[in-house]
Design a protein around this ligand. Structure first.
Ligand code: PEP
Ligand code: MG
Length: 757
C-alpha cells in the first residue's frame, strides 16, 4: 500500500474516537487488543502491528497482541525494559523509528515471530501520565520507511490506547473477580516513604483512600457490597427522595462555603433525578424482575458509557455525575443513608488526577489531605486546593496508587513528604512539630497593619484570590487589597459558560467584601492548563502556545464583552476597581482589549443611564515578547502585574506543569532576573505601579530581590502574607538594592543560586 498522505493521517488522529468504540465492542482485554492492532495496521498501512504490555511487578514487557507476526508467539515474547527496540522505547520514553531494524545494534531477533521481512520499524511507548503501560510497535518492508507524520499519529494514538487499555483491564477484572482479590503490589504493613512536592501546605495524619474515578468499577464494587441485588420499586422511590434531600442539603452548605459555585456542582445530579427516562429505565428493569440495586447499576452504567464515549470533555465529565449519583442512590437503598457520604471524610485521598469538580466534591466532604500522583505544582488544581486550604502533595510514585484503603498515612505537605504506615518515631516527631506549627500560626496572624521597610518606606501586600472564601483569611492577615482575582474558577468548575448575571453576582460579592480596597480583576485566562471543555474543545497539540487567554477572549467577543460588562456593572460607583488582561503579547492586543472595556462601559452607561467610574486598565507581564517593547506598554497601560509563573515558563521554554523538566524551571535564571528588572525599571520611568503576582512573590528567597529592583507591590496567596511581611520588614531599601545588583551581575545559574538565602 502506498504511503498515506498527511491529510489521511490527520483523519486518523481525528478518528481516534474509534478506540473508544472498539472498547465497547470488545468482550475483554484480549479482544480489545486484537482489534486495536488490526485497526492500527489498517490505518497506517503496515504489515505488522503489535502491542506489548508492561507488568510493573515482573518488570517485563510481554507481546499481548499482534497482527502480522505469528499468533503462536503471543504471550511468549518477553522483553526487559531497555531490551530490543521495543524495550528501549519504553526505557527512554520516546518513539524509536529505524529504517533497518535487523541491522540496528539494539534489535532483538525472535526467529519464531516471523518478522524478518519487515525491517522498517517504529515503536512508541504507551504511557498514562508517568505510568508505563506498554509499547505499540509497527513494522513494514524497508521500501516504505515511517515518516514524521506517522510517528506523530502513532503518538496520538498511544495516548488514547493508554486510557482504553486501563478501562479494558478494569472490565476484565469484573469478568474474573477472583483475580481482583489478588494481593496488591503494595499491601504490607511496612513503611513506604515518598518524597514529593508540596502543592498546598499543611499536615495530616489519617487513613488513606484511593480516589478511583473509574465509574464501572466503583459502581459494581458498591453493588457487590449490596449483595446479589436488593430493593423493590418502592425502595427505589424512597432512595430517590433521600438522595434529592441530601443533595439539596449539600448545595446549601456548599453555597455558604463557596458562593461562586453555589448550585452548580449538584445541578446536573438533581436534573438527572428528575429525568423521566433515567428513572423510567430503572423502573422498567424492576418491572422485568431485576432488584432495584441492579437496575440502578445497569442503567447508570449505560449512561456512563455513552457519556464517556463522547469526544467532548464536558460530556465525558457528565459520566462522573452519573457515577456519583448512582453511588448515592445505591447507598440510600440500604437503611444506612450515610454510607455513601463518608467515603472521603477525614481521609487522605490518593488520586492519579483530579478535575476541579472532583476537588470541590471531596473537599466538601472534609478530606484531611490529598496526594496526587501526577501534575505540576502550579497547575490550577494545586492553586484551587490551596485556596480551599487542604494540604496536598504531588508525588510521582505509582506505588502510592496501590496503597490499600484504610492504611495509616502521614502527609507532611510543608515539605512534600508522604509516609505510609509511619513508624512510631516518625509519628512522634511530627506530632511535636505540628504543635509548634500551630503556635507559630497564631503568632503569624499578629500582622502589622502596614508593611514597612526598615527605612520606613512602605510595601503594599495584596492577596491573590481564586475563590471568594479566601477573602476572610486575606482580611484577617491584613492584605491591603486584591492584587489578582483569577476569574476563571467560576468558568472552570461548571459545564457551561456562566451568564453575565451569574458573573456579576460573583464580582459584586468580591467588591462588596473588599470595601473600597484596591481590587484587580483579571479577565478570563482560559486555555493552556485551564481548559474549558465546553468552550474550546479544539484539542490543540500545543495548548500552552495555542488559542488561550486574551487571544481566546478577543476571538470570542461575546464572551469577553459579557465578562467585561459583568465586571463594570459590579464596579459601577467603586473607585478602586482595576481590570487587567492576561498573557498580553503585543501592544495591538492590549489596545484592542482596552477598547472593548471602553466600548462596554459606554454601552452600559447608556443602557443603565448612570455614570460608571472608568477603571484603571492594566496588563499582566507574562511573555518575553513584551520585554523589548516594555516602554511602549508602560506608556499605554495604567499598571503592570508580573505573572512570574508564566514569565518563567515562556522565557525558559519549560512547561510549568511538567515535573520531568522542573529542574529547568528556574526563577533565578539570569535572563529571568534581568527581564524582571527591565520591567520594573520601565514602570518606574513612566510612573505606573508594578506588582508581582506570580508564585515568586511569596518566595522569601526572592522578596529581597524584588524590593531591590524597586517593586513595592507584592500579591500572594493569603497563607503567605505573614512570611512575606516578616521578610519585608527585616529589609532596608539600600541593602535590598545592593543585593539585587549583586544577583544581576551574575552570568551563571549556579552563581545566582549560590547567592539565594
Ligand atoms: C502567573 O502566570 O504568574 C500568574 C499569576 O497567572 P496564572 O498562575 O494564573 O497563570
Ligand atoms: Mg499566568
Amino acid at each position: 500500500m502506498a504511503e498515506r498522505n498527511i491529510t489521511e493521517h490527520l483523519k486518523l488522529m481525528v478518528d481516534l474516537g474509534e478506540v473508544t468504540a472498539l472498547l465497547s465492542e470488545s468482550p475483554d482485554l484480549q479482544g480489545f487488543l486484537d482489534r486495536a492492532v488490526a485497526m492500527v495496521a489498517d490505518h497506517l498501512g503496515t504489515e505488522v502491528c503489535s502491542i506489548y504490555l508492561y507488568n510493573e511487578e515482573t518488570r517485563l514487557l510481554t507481546l499481548k497482541a499482534t497482527c502480522g507476526l505469528s499468533p503462536d508467539v503471543v504471550g511468549k515474547i518477553h522483553l526487559k525494559i531497555g531490551e530490543g527496540l521495543v524495550g528501549k522505547s519504553l526505557k527512554e520514553l520516546r518513539p524509536i523509528c529505524v529504517a533497518n531494524a535487523s541491522q540496528n545494534p539494539d534489535y532483538k531477533f525472535f526467529p519464531e515471530a516471523g518478522e524478518e521481512a519487515f525491517d522498517a520499524f517504529l515503536a512508541v511507548p504507551i504511557l498514562r501520565g508517568i505510568e508505563k503501560i506498554g509499547v505499540l510497535a509497527a513494522q513494514r518492508d524497508q521500501t516504505r520507511l515511517f515518516s514524521n507524520t506517522e510517528v506523530m499519529a502513532m503518538r496520538a494514538l498511544t495516548a488514547q490506547l493508554a486510557t482504553a487499555i486501563e478501562t479494558a483491564r478494569a472490565l476484565l477484572q469484573f469478568a474474573s473477580p477472583a483475580k481482583e482479590a489478588a494481593a496488591p503490589e503494595f499491601g504490607g504493613a511496612g513503611e513506604l516513604f515518598v518524597c514529593g512536592s508540596s502543592a498546598s501546605p499543611g499536615y495530616a495524619c489519617a487513613k488513606s483512600v484511593i480516589f478511583d474515578r473509574h465509574p464501572v468499577e466503583r459502581i459494581l464494587k458498591q453493588n457487590r457490597g449490596l449483595e446479589a441485588g436488593i430493593g423493590t420499586a418502592e425502595d427505589l422511590e424512597c432512595s430517590l427522595a433521600r438522595t434529592a434531600a441530601q443533595l439539596e442539603q449539600l448545595q446549601v452548605s456548599l453555597g455558604a462555603r463557596l458562593p461562586e459555585v453555589a448550585s452548580l456542582i449538584f445541578e446536573a445530579h438533581l436534573m438527572m433525578l428528575k429525568d423521566k427516562t433515567f428513572m423510567g429505565k430503572m423502573l422498567e428493569r424492576i418491572a422485568d424482575g431485576a432488584p432495584a440495586s441492579r437496575a440502578i447499576a445497569e442503567v447508570s452504567e449505560t449512561y456512563i458509557k455513552t457519556f464517556e464515549a463522547s469526544s467532548h470533555d464536558y460530556i465525558q465529565e457528565k459520566a462522573r455525575d452519573v457515577e456519583d449519583l448512582a453511588l448515592r442512590l445505591l447507598s440510600n437503598l440500604t437503611a444506612d443513608a450515610a454510607a455513601g457520604e463518608t467515603e472521603w471524610k477525614g481521609r487522605i485521598v490518593i488520586v492519579r488526577e483530579l478535575l476541579p469538580s472532583d476537588i470541590l466534591k471531596i473537599t466538601l466532604e472534609e478530606v484531611a489531605g490529598i496526594i496526587m500522583v501526577s501534575g505540576g505544582l502550579t497547575s490550577h488544581v494545586s492553586i484551587l486546593v490551596r485556596s480551599l486550604d487542604v494540604p496536598m502533595v504531588i508525588a510521582n510514585d505509582v506505588n502510592l496508587l496501590q496503597v490499600p484503603d484504610g492504611s495509616q498515612v502521614l502527609l507532611d505537605a510543608d515539605t512534600g513528604n508522604v509516609y505510609v504506615h509511619p513508624s512510631e518515631a516518625v509519628l512522634a516527631a511530627f506530632h511535636g512539630r505540628e504543635r509548634v506549627r500551630k503556635t507559630l500560626k497564631s503568632a503569624k496572624s499578629q500582622m502589622a497593619d502596614r508593611t514597612l521597610l526598615q527605612d520606613g518606606s512602605s510595601v503594599t501586600l495584596l492577596a491573590n484570590i481564586n475563590l471568594l472564601s479566601e477573602l476572610d483569611l486575606a482580611r484577617e492577615l491584613k492584605a491591603e487589597g486584591v492584587g489578582l482575582y483569577r476569574t476563571e474558577f467560576p468558568f472552570l468548575i461548571r459545564q457551561t459558560l456562566p451568564s453575565e448575571d451569574e458573573q456579576y453576582a460573583v464580582y459584586a460579592n468580591l467588591l462588596k467584601r473588599t470595601q473600597g480596597q484596591d481590587v484587580t480583576i483579571r479577565t478570563l485566562d482560559a486555555g493552556g492548563d485551564k481548559v474549558l471543555g465546553y468552550f474550546d474543545d479544539a484539542g490543540e497539540a500545543n495548548p500552552a502556545l495555542g488559542l488561550r487567554s486574551t487571544r481566546l477572549t478577543l476571538r470570542y467577543r461575546e464572551v469577553f464583552d459579557q465578562q467585561l460588562r459583568a465586571i463594570l456593572r459590579a464596579g459601577a460607583g467603586v473607585g478602586s476597581l482595576r481590570i487587567m488582561f492576561p498573557m498580553i503579547s503585543s501592544l495591538d492586543e492590549f489596545v484592542e482589549a482596552r477598547q472593548r472595556v471602553f466600548d462596554c462601559l459606554a454601552d452600559l452607561e447608556q443602557e443603565l443611564d448612570i455614570p460608571i467610574v472608568k477603571p484603571k486598565v492594566g496588563m499582566m507581564v507574562e511573555l518575553p515578547a513584551v520585554l523589548e517593547i516594555i516602554d511602549d506598554f508602560a506608556e499605554e497601560a495604567d499598571f503592570f502585574s508580573i505573572g512570574t509563573n508564566d514569565f518563567i515558563q515562556y522565557m525558559l521554554a519549560v512547561d510549568r506543569t511538567n515535573d520531568r523538566v522542573s529542574e529547568y524551571y528556574c526563577p533565578h535564571h539570569p535572563a529571568v532576573l534581568r527581564g524582571l528588572k527591565r520591567i520594573a525599571e520601565a514602570a518606574a520611568q513612566h510612573g505606573i505601579d508594578c506588582a508581582v503576582c506570580g508564585e515568586m512573590a511569596h518566595d522569601t528567597r526572592y522578596v529581597p530581590f524584588f524590593i531591590g529592583i524597586g517593586i513595592r507591590r507584592l500579591s500572594v496567596d493569603p497563607h503567605y502574607l505573614p512570611d512575606v511581611q516578616q521578610c519585608v520588614m527585616a529589609l532596608s531599601s539600600e541593602r535590598a538594592t545592593a543585593y539585587a545588583e549583586q544577583l544581576l551581575s551574575k552570568r551563571l545559574i549556579k552563581e545566582t543560586a549560590a547567592l539565594l538565602v
